[in-house]
Write a protein that binds this ligand. Sequence first.
Ligand code: MN
Length: 312
Amino acid sequence: MSGPVTSVDAGPVPAGDDPGECELEVTAGREAAVGAMTVNRVLPRRARRMVSSWCFVDQFGPTQVPEGGGMSVGPHPHIGLQTVTWLVHGAVLHRDSLGSEQEIRPGQLNLMTAGQGVSHSEEPVGGYSGDFQGVQLWVAQPEGTRHGAPAFEHLDQLPVAEVDGGELTVLVGRYLGAASPARADTEHLGVELRLGPGRTTLPLDPAHEYAAVALSGSVSVGPHHLTPGHLGYLGTGRDELPLDVAEPTRLLLLGGEPFPERILMWWNYVGRTQDEITAAHADWSAETERFGQVASTLDRIHTGPPPWATAR
Ligand code: MN
């Protein structure tokens, strides 16, 4: 998905939140337009820029789409991040500058690694109409891989495990003995939990930083209530998370080692300095080889230069 991440989401300065302990810090997302669709951006927020390597979370739906509706985002660039697409309902067609053309359905994972540069489009799947709901996340790449080659993988089989009161799917990372085959450049975790009413206690790693996002239903942690459209930040230092569930709930648990570097996000780019993002955007705007070509009938997405480049 195309951000764009603007200064509304994260100021044009390096992010550097201190991970710390808290019971559950609930932050409301904000509505943002992505193509013709309205999404709820729950990360980044000014108060919370990252959770481990996770630096962007857009929730979309639940909604109904007509045939040819749904996600329709023309070719746009990325650097320094992985896009993670996960659907609850519906279908999306992914095309990228590597030549990938891949339909994704619920329970499957699309994972695109941008490295030094990639472009992609997200399009309606012909013939599909009906329920549409899902989430797109970005993972910041570490210094060791962010200058590398782009890549794309589609995983239609992911490990499923049982927990008290429900079951889970491991999108990325390892949890309760189940390991996702998805590429992970850092020690991070993404799990979807499908829980029924009652108390569920999830084991956590005290050295890791966590947050939760409700995709549907709701959970409570102590007196704090988490519903869709919010980030439930959990911090570090916990060895378990007791969740009270009152209705059938689909919950995303995000976590991992706190990201060791300060990142700079603007539009669809994750970097470290203004100059490297300015250079990437100049390459995209000039349609150089760096971001390749996407075999899409949708128009390429362009935007003006970064705010720091015009303020000089
Ligand atoms: Mn995108």
